[in-house]
Design a protein around this ligand. Structure first.
Ligand SMILES: [Zn+2]
Length: 694
C-alpha cells in the first residue's frame, strides 16, 4: 500500500492541486516520516561532497530538498486548522516536536553551515551570482547563524537546554492562562445585572453557566484574551462592568497555582541568557536581527514617536467622555475634581458607543444587507483585482477541494496565461479554528518547476439556513479584502527559489500587502460595483459612506494607546540584558515603570494585554514582535497615499505594485523593494494622519 501514498509523487492534477479525493488519514504519517528522512538524506548528500562549496553544489540542492515534506506539511496543516479531527489533533501533537527536531538537525548541521558560510564570505567577490541568489545565501546564512549553527558543541548543548526549558515554560504560561481565564469567568446571579446585552448573548451566558454545572438561574461571563471585554460596550450596570474588567486584568497575577508572574520572569531571564550565548545584547536584538526593523533602537524610535500623541489624544477623548457622563456616573469619585479622573477603564467603551451613535449615526450592524457574500466576492474583491491587475477568475467546479464547502477558482493574467488556483473556504464550522487566514498549498518557484501557485483563504462566516443569503458584517467584508491581499501576494510570486516565494517574508512585513488591499473595500468605484441591497439592488446611501469615513478616527487615541502599551511592554521585557533581567523581581512595578517612561500610564487606558496574560509574546511566537502590526501599517498608509495621489484603481498602478513589490516576494530586502515601488523610503506621516496623531 505504501507505494500508493498520494503524497509520494508530485500531484498530476492541474496546477499541482493536491489530490484531495485520494488523500486519507493513514497517508499523512508515513509521508511525514519519509519526507523527513528523504530530506536528511538529501542534506547528507550535500555535506559529503568533496568539492569546494559553491552556490550550484550547495544552495541549489538545499533548495530542492524536502519537497515531499513540503507537500504533506502544507496539506496537513491546512487541514488541521480548517477541518481538524481527533486524528489531526493527535498527529499534530506527535509530529510537531519531530518537525522541530528535524528543522534543528538541518539548521544546526556544522558541515552545512561551513559550506553556507564559505559561500557567504565570498559573496562580494562573486560576480556570477544574481541579486536573488546572493540574497538567498544571505537568508540561509542569517537563519543558520541565529539558530546557533556557529556555536561549538558545548554551547550547542547549552542552547538546546535553553530551548528545552523555554518550551516547557511557554507551555506552562499558556496552560496557566487558560486555566485562570476559566477560573476568573464572572458569575452573575441576577439577569437584571446583564441589562444591555442582546437576548442571544444572555442565553449564551446562561448556557455557559449550565455547562459549568452552576445552579439554574445563574449566568457566566467568560473572559476574552484582550483586556477589554466586548460586553463592556453594552452592559449598563457599572458595578458589573468593573467586576469583568478587574477579573480580566487579574489573570495570571493573583497568586495561586495559575500565577504567571514567576513563569514570565523566568522566560525573560532565559531568553536574555540565550541571546547572550548567541552574541546579542538582548532577546529583542536577537529577534530583530531577522526582521525589516533590524534593531530594537529602530522599533523604539517608531513607538516612541507614536506614544506621546496617542496618549494626548486618549486624554482628550477621556475629557469628552467625562463631559457626557458627569451626571450619570455613580458618585464614587466625589473627591475627584479634575473631570479626567472620573471615567474608568470599565466605563470607556460603554460611553464611547453612545458617542459613536450620537455623533456619527453609524450602525455598522445595519449594513449587512448590502454585503451579500457572492456580490462581495465577485463584484468587490475579484472586481478590484481585475481593475488593478487585469486578472480574471473562473470557478472550476470540476476541481475538488479538501472540504465540500471549498470553492476552487482558476486565476489567469490578462493575456490568458495561467497564474494559479484560489481556494475559498468561507464558512465557519466546528472543525475550523477561529480567525481568518491565507495559506499556500503550492508555492511558485521556478527551480522546482512550479510556474504557478495554489493558495487558500479561510474565513469564519456563519452559514445561513438553506436558501437564505450569506450577508457579511462590515468587519467580515473588510477581513475578506484583507485575506485576499495575502492571496494575491502568494499568486503573484515570481521567484526562482522556494525559500523566497510569495509570503515568505519577514513577520513585520507580511501584513503590509494585505492591509493595503483593505483600501478597496470603501473605494468609490469598487463600493458602487458590489454594495447593493440583496433584495432591492439599491446602492448603499452616500451619506452612510461619508459617515463611515468620518468616524474612522473616532476613539483612535484609545485604540492606538492600548496597542502601543502592549507593544512597548513587549519591547521593555525583551530589551533587557541577561544581567538586567536577573535584577527584575516584581512584574507590576516593572510594568508600571515601563508604561510611565513612555507616558502610557493612564489607568483608564490599560494596555491591550498585561504581562501575565500577554500570550502573543510569552507563548505565541510574537516575542519582541508585537510592534509588527503598526510597523507594517506605516508602509500600508504610505502606500494608500501613493495610490490616491496617482489616480487610484488603475492598471498602471496595479502593475507597478505587482511587479516591484508583490511579485518580488522575499527575493530581496523588503525595504529595497519598497523604495523601488514607492520611489523613496516609507514615511510615517500618512500613518500619523490616519490615526489622528499629527
Ligand atoms: Zn493578515
Amino acid at each position: 500500500m505504501v507505494d500508493q501514498n498520494p503524497f509520494f509523487e508530485p500531484s498530476t492534477l492541474e496546477y499541482r492541486l493536491p489530490p484531495f479525493a485520494e488523500i486519507r488519514d493513514e497517508h499523512y504519517e508515513p509521508a511525514f516520516e519519509k519526507g523527513m528522512s528523504d530530506q536528511l538524506a538529501e542534506i547528507q548528500a550535500i555535506v559529503r561532497k568533496r568539492d569546494m562549496p559553491l552556490f550550484e553544489n550547495t544552495l541549489v540542492p538545499l533548495e530542492q530538498s524536502g519537497q515531499l515534506l513540503e507537500r504533506v506539511a502544507n496539506v496537513f496543516f491546512n487541514k488541521s486548522s480548517a477541518d481538524s479531527s481527533d486524528f489531526t489533533n493527535e498527529l499534530e501533537e506527535k509530529i510537531a516536536p519531530q518537525l522541530a527536531a528535524h528543522r534543528d538537525a538541518i539548521l544546526l548541521d556544522s558541515q552545512l553551515y561551513w559550506r553556507v558560510t564559505t559561500i557567504h564570505d565570498e559573496l562580494e567577490q562573486n560576480a556570477e551570482l544574481t541579486e536573488e541568489q546572493k540574497y538567498l545565501v544571505h537568508r540561509w546564512y542569517t537563519e543558520m547563524t541565529l539558530a546557533g549553527a556557529g556555536l561549538d558543541d558545548g554551547q550547542k548543548e547549552k542552547l538546546k537546554e535553553f530551548n528545552q526549558k523555554l518550551s516547557v515554560l511557554t507551555t506552562k504560561f499558556e496552560k496557566n492562562l487558560l486555566s485562570d481565564t476559566n477560573e476568573l469567568a464572572v458569575v452573575i446571579d441576577d439577569v437584571e445585572d446583564l441589562d444591555g446585552l442582546e437576548p442571544g448573548e444572555i442565553s449564551a451566558a446562561a448556557q455557559a453557566a449550565s455547562d459549568r454545572g452552576l445552579d439554574e438561574g445563574k449566568y457566566l461571563v467568560t473572559l476574552v484574551l484582550p483586556t477589554g471585554h466586548p460586553f463592556l460596550a453594552s452592559l449598563t450596570d457599572r458595578g458589573i462592568r468593573q467586576r469583568i474588567m478587574d477579573a480580566s486584568q487579574a489573570r495570571g497575577a493573583h497568586g495561586g497555582e495559575f500565577d504567571n508572574n514567576d513563569v514570565l520572569l523566568e522566560i525573560v531571564r532565559l531568553r536574555a541568557e540565550r541571546a547572550a550565548l548567541l552574541g546579542f545584547p538582548s532577546h529583542a536584538a536577537f529577534v530583530l536581527a531577522d526582521s525589516t526593523a533590524k534593531t530594537p533602537e529602530a522599533v523604539a524610535a517608531m513607538l516612541g514617536r507614536l506614544a506621546p500623541p496617542a496618549a494626548r489624544n486618549a486624554k482628550a477623548e477621556q475629557a469628552e467622555l467625562n463631559l457626557l457622563t458627569e451626571d450619570e456616573l455613580d458618585d464614587d469619585d466625589s473627591t475627584a475634581t479634575a473631570s479626567s479622573e472620573s471615567i474608568k477603564s470599565w466605563d470607556w467603551s460603554f460611553w464611547t458607543e453612545k458617542v459613536r451613535q450620537e455623533k456619527y449615526d453609524v450602525d455598522t450592524a445595519a449594513l449587512r444587507p448590502w454585503f451579500e457574500a457572492e456580490r462581495v466576492l465577485q463584484d468587490g474583491v475579484f472586481f478590484a483585482a481585475s481593475q488593478l491587475y487585469g486578472i480574471t477568475f473562473t470557478e472550476r467546479k470540476d476541481l475538488v477541494g479538501y472540504h465540500p464547502d471549498v470553492r476552487v477558482f482558476e486565476v489567469r493574467n490578462e493575456d490568458g496565461s495561467a497564474l494559479g488556483l484560489y481556494l475559498l473556504d468561507l464558512y465557519t464550522r466546528d472543525s475550523k479554528r477561529g480567525g481568518a487566514w491565507m495559506n499556500p498549498l503550492i508555492s511558485q518557484a521556478e527551480l522546482l518547476g512550479h510556474e504557478t501557485s495554489v493558495v487558500v483563504n479561510n474565513l469564519n462566516v456563519p452559514k445561513p439556513a438553506t436558501g437564505e443569503p450569506t450577508l457579511l458584517t462590515f468587519d467580515e467584508t473588510s477581513t475578506f479584502f484583507h485575506e485576499f491581499g495575502h492571496a494575491l501576494h502568494g499568486l503573484f510570486a515570481h521567484v526562482t527559489y522556494p525559500k523566497l516565494a510569495g509570503t515568505n517574508v519577514f513577520r513585520d512585513f507580511v501584513e503590509f500587502p494585505s492591509q493595503v488591499n483593505e483600501m478597496w473595500m470603501l473605494w468609490p468605484e469598487v463600493l458602487a460595483n458590489y454594495a447593493k441591497h440583496y433584495q432591492t439592488g439599491a446602492q448603499l446611501d452616500q451619506g452612510i459612506v461619508d459617515r463611515l469615513h468620518e468616524s474612522e478616527q473616532f476613539n483612535e487615541g484609545f485604540a492606538t494607546s492600548e496597542y502601543l502599551g502592549a507593544a512597548l511592554l513587549d519591547q521593555a521585557w525583551h530589551g533587557l540584558s541577561a544581567d538586567a533581567a536577573k535584577k527584575v523581581t516584581q512584574v507590576p512595578s516593572f510594568e508600571a515603570d515601563a508604561l510611565k517612561a513612555v507616558g502610557l500610564d493612564n489607568p483608564a487606558v490599560p494596555p491591550r494585554y498585561r504581562s501575565t496574560y500577554f500570550a502573543h509574546v510569552f507563548s505565541g511566537g510574537y516575542d519582541a514582535g508585537y510592534y509588527s502590526y503598526i510597523w507594517s501599517e506605516v508602509l500600508d498608509a504610505d502606500t494608500v497615499d501613493w495610490f490616491k495621489e496617482n489616480g487610484g484603481l488603475t492598471r498602471a498602478n496595479g502593475d507597478r505594485f505587482r511587479s516591484r513589490l508583490l511579485g518580488v516576494g522575499g527575493s530581496k530586502d523588503p525595504l529595497e523593494a519598497y523604495v523601488d515601488f514607492r520611489g523613496r523610503a516609507a514615511e510615517i506621516g500618512p500613518l500619523l494622519k490616519r490615526r489622528g496623531l499629527e
